[in-house]
Design a protein around this ligand. Structure first.
Ligand SMILES: [Zn+2]
Length: 507
């Protein structure tokens, strides 16, 4: 008796289909599994055998072969337990062969036959929908995650018995395993509790202006200032002034969280821009991704959002240097024996550091650091990383007037309104291209999208000489100036925009 059950797996964040083929014949009793399997998949044999026994289905004394096709693709994870169990039960005639046609099965089995949450349900259901498959049966805990994809029926099951019941001939499936429904529009509209507000940050106008420009053009931002000046307060408020995620971006970000197993229970979609702020003891693998069983790192969990490294020089040199490539390419490449895995990593990189080891330089009343100490401290951050910072702002210690409730600070809502205005201009500008924000403009297109008039060209020539810019620095100033002009609603980049952008270069 031979049968075939459809399932799926992910490589990186790409979903692929897997056919679970089960063959049972009268040879010496054995159970063999083949098809380029990782450890978790091999262990499936034990889990499935015991789960079936404990739910009252004993395997017959026959020779069982399970093949996961295509054999040339490496398979990982625990999601094949369910399709293997369904295949065995079908080979044992517990339900008709047609019953499983057009259905994709995915889920891990516990020893008592209950279904457990797996990773990657969203991308797999999405691929199933695109391939014209009409139904997916997944663990109940994953059901909402799959159900955000319209046009495909997703059912969540608690245990294997429910699935056997619903595959019987002539039963009302909808009664046994009702289709999971989520209201995608309601989820998209629900942005949760209000994010932290800029209205609570006293003073620091330069840094706030820097954060606004960074948010408007998705530029990287470095903040330098003494402890307690509000660097991390500002960083944490940046997601609140970024334009909301588009629906397609929500799906993309949720797919990464799904693969990483980071969706919260019952969470169908990530609708807010991610904000990740790792501790400085983080390892390179945890930040960048990869590992023995590859997972997206924190940089990919910050995709389309903010990755914030506080106290940048405290991070290990290796970790900082490992950021170079992803920040440049907006993707992470993890080398594997069977080919590279690519994780998206289009982040707004925000970093903060003290100006010296004690934090109070150049206030010589408080700072006793020697010049070599200061240089060594700053030297921990390599040039190539500093080169990727589009804007650099300096913060001063908060002055007493700012704390005594002098002036009302601008709210995040007001700042976001300007950022969204700038975003609209960029969407029009980049229609039909792969760019989303000014920060994305490639070197070859800078001249086209950041065109200058004669007077401004002259100014840039002067700046190029006096600041010793180089091509990369020159382009960065143009792109930041483009964003400043967008915030002002100006069609042309003017001298004042260029001068302001140049002022954010690291000194
Ligand atoms: Zn110092």
């Amino acid at each position: 008796m031979f049968c075939k059950i459809l399932s799926g797996g992910v490589t990186g964040i790409q979903a692929g289909f897997v056919w679970v083929e089960v063959d049972m014949d009268s040879g010496l009793p054995s159970f063999t599994m083949v098809g380029s399997l990782g450890n978790e998949v091999r262990e499936s044999r034990e889990r499935v055998g015991v789960a079936l026994k404990n739910t009252g289905f004993s395997l017959p004394a026959s020779r069982v072969t399970v093949n996961l096709a295509p054999a040339d693709r490496h398979k990982e994870g625990t999601g094949f337990d369910l399709p293997i169990a369904v295949g065995l039960l079908q080979a044992m005639d517990y339900f008709p062969k047609e019953a499983t046609e057009g259905i994709l099965f995915l889920g891990e089995l516990g020893l008592s036959g209950e279904l457990k949450k797996v990773r990657g349900v969203l991308p797999i259901v999405r691929a199933a929908k695109e391939a014209g498959i009409r139904e997916c049966i997944v663990p109940a805990e994953n059901a909402v995650e799959g159900a955000v994809i319209p046009g495909i029926c997703v059912r969540g099951a608690e245990n294997i018995l429910q699935i056997v019941d619903c595959l019987q001939e002539g039963v009302d499936r909808e009664r046994i395993l009702p289709r999971t429904c989520v209201d995608r529009n309601r989820i998209m509209a629900d942005t949760g509790e209000p994010p932290l507000d800029f209205a609570h940050v006293c003073g620091q106008q330069t840094a706030k202006r820097g954060a606004e420009i960074a948010a408007a053009g998705f530029h990287n931002l470095l903040m330098v200032g003494p402890p307690g000046a509000g660097k991390s307060m500002i960083a944490k408020r940046i997601p609140g002034i970024l334009p909301p995620l588009l629906e397609e971006e929500c799906l993309e970000v949720t797919g990464i969280y799904s693969v990483a197993g980071k969706l919260e229970d019952g969470q169908a979609l990530v609708t807010r821009r991610p904000f990740q702020s790792p501790h400085h003891t983080i390892t390179q693998t945890a930040l960048i991704g990869g590992g023995k069983r590859p997972r997206p790192g924190l940089i990919s969990l910050s995709h389309r959002g903010v990755l914030f490294l506080d106290e940048l020089p405290e991070f290990s040199r290796d970790v900082i240097d490992a950021l170079r490539q992803p920040l440049e390419d907006a993707v992470v490449q993890v080398a594997r024996l069977d080919g590279n895995i690519v994780y998206p990593a289009d982040v707004m990189f925000v970093a903060a550091m003290n100006p010296c080891p004690c934090g109070f330089y150049p206030d010589r009343n408080r700072c006793q650091c020697t010049q070599p100490q200061i240089l060594r401290y700053r030297g921990k951050i390599s040039g190539p990383i500093l080169d990727r910072m589009d804007l650099c702002v300096e913060l001063k210690a908060v002055e007493i007037q700012n704390l005594q409730g002098g002036r009302a600070e601008e709210s995040s809502a007001k700042i976001r309104a300007r950022v969204e205005g700038a975003r609209m201009l960029q969407r029009t500008r980049f229609a039909g291209t792969m760019y989303r924000f000014n920060a994305d403009i490639g070197a070859a297109d800078v001249e086209r999208f950041c065109a200058l008039r004669a007077k401004e060209k002259k100014l840039m020539e002067k700046l190029y000489e006096s600041m010793g810019l180089g091509a990369r620095g020159y382009h960065r100033i143009l792109k930041v100036a483009r964003t400043i002009a967008d915030l002002a609603g100006e069609e042309w980049i003017a001298e004042e925009h260029l001068l302001e952008a140049a002022g954010y270069r690291l000194v």
